[in-house]
Design a protein around this ligand. Structure first.
Ligand code: ZN
Length: 251
């Protein structure tokens, strides 16, 4: 699953390779053709925005919107370099002067009018981006307070409350802040929720810089690194996404 840190790294790589250039656009797979992305062929890519798990490619009055979900990915290759996946499975190929970016899979690839981005139902519902330079926990906490019976771990994955946190950093941030992800928001002080959000942001920014994920509790492959006790794992929320936590350290 691509979380916000992976998307921000992709944005940085894609921007270095393609922004400011006239882009050749093709869609070898019917899914990309169905999205009409070939209309972008020959346009200049003015910039790329990341918001949570979403990428927005600015082609003037048209914007290419991608969301990678569990399975999608953007690869960046030198022109003529061999791809790691078959050409026919590429939904979008963006070719610049020296590099090409290739998109495979994912739930969302579509064209939007630039004037619609601010009012698009899928994008306008997104909460503040956890990795945005101006991120502040207070508005997120205020929004979470609307549903006080909801558990913290479930709320952290709700992209309409805060955009960019996925299953890894849900578990890792709660562990770093020593907060039990199963506690309902009504039981948590603002400073506890803020500590979890700030931990998620710090961990994700570190992952953007290093390109690596290091896990304390995620996937429960080892004992708790603090108390050496057993890490618990259980599905949480409507989507039943597995949460990992140390009942001893996060009691
Ligand atoms: Zn522990």
């Amino acid at each position: 699953m691509a979380e916000g840190d992976t998307i921000l790294r992709a944005k940085n790589r894609l921007s270095d390779a393609l922004v400011g250039q006239s882009i050749g656009v093709s869609a070898p797979n019917p899914r990309g053709r169905a999205a009409g992305i070939e209309r972008l062929d020959g346009r200049t890519l003015a910039g790329i925005d990341a918001h949570g798990k979403h990428l927005l490619f600015d082609f003037g009055d048209l914007v290419l919107h991608s969301h990678l979900g569990m399975s999608g990915g953007w690869h960046v290759y030198g022109r003529g370099e061999r791809w790691r996946r078959p050409r026919t499975s590429a939904w979008a190929v963006l070719s610049g002067e020296r590099s090409e970016a290739v998109e495979f899979g994912g739930p969302t690839l579509r064209l939007l009018r630039a004037s619609r981005v601010a009012i698009d139902p899928q994008l306008a519902r997104l909460g503040p981006d956890i990795l945005a330079p101006e991120f502040e926990p207070a508005p997120v906490i205020a929004a979470m307070r609307a549903d006080p019976g909801r558990s913290l771990g479930d709320a952290l994955l709700d992209q309409t409350l805060v955009a960019g946190i996925g299953n890894i950093f849900k578990s890792e941030a709660c562990f770093a802040a020593r907060v039990d992800p199963w506690r309902p928001l009504a039981d948590l002080g603002d400073e506890e929720v803020a500590a979890v959000l700030e931990a998620a942001r710090a961990q994700m920014l570190a992952a953007v810089a290093s390109g690596r994920h290091t896990y304390a509790v995620y996937r429960a492959r080892r004992p708790c690194p603090v108390c050496r006790g057993r890490v618990s794992a259980r599905g949480q929320g409507d989507a039943n996404r597995t949460t990992y936590w140390c009942p001893n350290c996060q009691g």
